[in-house]
Every structure is written in C-alpha cells, then in structure tokens.
Design a protein. Structure first.
Length: 294
C-alpha cells in the first residue's frame, strides 16, 4: 500500500450508522481468514483467495490513484484485467456484482474463497485442522469455566456459514507461540469468539490507554460486531502501536484439551493434529505456547 492508515479522534459516520455504541467488542485475532461452507455435498473449510489485477491493469489503477486531476471513477474490465483463479473459486458474500460479474473493492481486489482439499500442499496448514472423514475441525474457544480456554474438535456442520481465523506456527510469524518447526500446531478461532469483557470507552485516549496499560489490551486489535452485521475494526497499527508483542493476552490464559475420541468413528493418522490432541485429552496447560505432544 502506498499509504498508512491512521485512526483519528472522530468516530466515522459508517460506525455511527451501524450503532457502534451498542456493538459487541471482540478481540481481533492475528491469523488468516477462513470460511466454512458446502462443497461436494458436505461442509468444507475454504481458504481466503483474493482475485487480483494483472500487471497491466494494476499499473493503470496505480496511475489513476496517483492522478489528482482525474476525478472520474476508475473503470475495470473484469474479464480481462484480473489474474485467473481456480474454477472452484467463489466470491465473498458482500461483493458487488455488475452484469453477472463480481466487482473489485476500493483496493482493486475481489475477496473470495477456494476449498481446502485433503492433503493440499498449498493449504497444508489449513488442511491440518480439518478431518473430512469425521467432519470435524480443531477449534480454540472459551471453556465453560471463566478465564479458561479450550481446544476441542467441533463438527463442521456447527460452524457452517461462519468465518474463522486460522492461527498457528506457520501463520503471520506465529504471534501466539503455538507449536514449533518440528511439531507445527494450527487451530481455528471463530470470529467474535473472544468478547472483550472490560472494553475501553469509544474515545481515542481511552482506547490508546487500554491497549498500552492493561493485560486485556495486549491484542492485535478490536472488532466491534454491530447488530446489523457490520464489523468495525481497529488495529494497533492504526494508533501507531507495535504488534506483535512479546506477551499477548491470548497466551496469558490457561487452556484445557477436550477430545472425546470415542465420539468419532474414525482412525486418525498417527502424525495428524487430531491424533496428537486426542492423546492430550483432559490435560491442562498454563499457556498455549506450553502445549507439547511429547
């Protein structure tokens, strides 16, 4: 990006329209976005894949962005300006269409998804957290006991049409310290799973103090889930604050492994995460980074 996004002291019109003052603030988890929807007649995990412009179209678009005298709206040739994507690619739900074609967003990208096949090499970390035979996914969420996290298998049918964040060893430099190069660990976190219990007031200085001064503020950002479905995001970088941090709030909480193997009529491959976590059933760790399979 040829620019830096910074927060101002004013709440945007979009946020006010979405009634942000009555929204639910949640932790923005640092990973890569995923989606669960049907493929081949069963629930499947899909990886994020943005359709981007080819070199010639990108040059034209950049010239337009830098040109101050050209006030016309940029016109895309959707059929010729974009790099090819797999036949299985689908556009994201909120994308706009014109004449049956998906339209790019203000950054010139078309957000979308591709299904994660079993044993996919390109999406191997995605495929490690799903088992299509048992139709389950490895999910990190809150346990019923306050202040405790839980890692457990969740039926894909229960998270159908939801978006989630894939976090772990090989995602975004692993800010939560999960696993190791020898034993990579990846997990799915449903969006909105971690509600912020003591959020700051919607004022610049209060939010800045919250990020810098309390343990709950040691997060990548805040996502406000508004009642109309709108999501308002604020990243630490928007306030000029550093991320990742040496200590994160997510990694300060104890975690328990809940894996009732008898529920699943399936033999997990010995090297799979499902097999490894099933061997840790009932075990508790002080932090996510303490989880070891040895």
């Amino acid at each position: 990006q040829p620019f830096k996004v910074l927060a101002t002291e004013t709440v945007t019109g979009k946020a006010l329209e979405a009634d942000i003052y009555n929204a639910i603030p949640t932790e923005k988890v640092d990973g890569t976005c995923c989606y669960v929807t049907t493929y081949k007649g069963q629930p499947y995990l899909w990886a994020r894949l943005d359709r981007k412009p080819n070199k010639q179209a990108e040059k034209r678009f950049k010239r337009f962005l830098y040109s101050l005298e050209d006030c016309k709206e940029f016109v895309w040739n959707v059929e010729e300006d974009f790099k090819p994507v797999p036949d299985t690619w689908i556009p994201a739900k909120d994308i706009e269409f014109s004449n049956g074609n998906p339209l790019p967003d203000e950054n010139g990208h078309m957000p979308g998804w591709v299904p994660v096949e079993k044993n996919s090499k390109q999406y191997c970390w995605h495929s490690s957290v799903v088992n299509y035979e048992a139709e389950i996914a490895l999910v990190l969420k809150h346990h019923a006991d306050p202040g405790l996290l839980e890692i457990s298998p969740v039926p894909l049918s229960e998270i159908l049409e939801q978006t989630l964040e894939l976090i772990g060893t090989n995602i975004n430099a692993n800010p939560y310290g999960l696993g190791s190069k020898k034993q990579p660990v990846h997990l799915l976190v449903p969006h909105g799973a971690f509600e912020i219990k003591n959020p700051p007031a919607l004022k610049y200085n209060d939010i800045m103090s919250w990020f810098e001064g309390c343990s709950e503020g040691k997060v990548e950002g805040i996502v406000w889930h508004c009642h109309d479905g709108c999501l308002i995001k604020l990243h630490r970088h928007h306030l000029g604050l550093r991320w990742p941090l040496a200590e994160t709030y997510l990694n300060s909480q104890p975690v328990v492994i809940s894996f009732n193997r008898t529920k699943y009529d399936c033999d997990f491959e010995p090297k799979s995460l499902f097999h490894q976590f099933s061997n840790l059933d009932g075990q508790r760790f002080d932090r996510l980074e303490d989880i070891k399979f040895d």
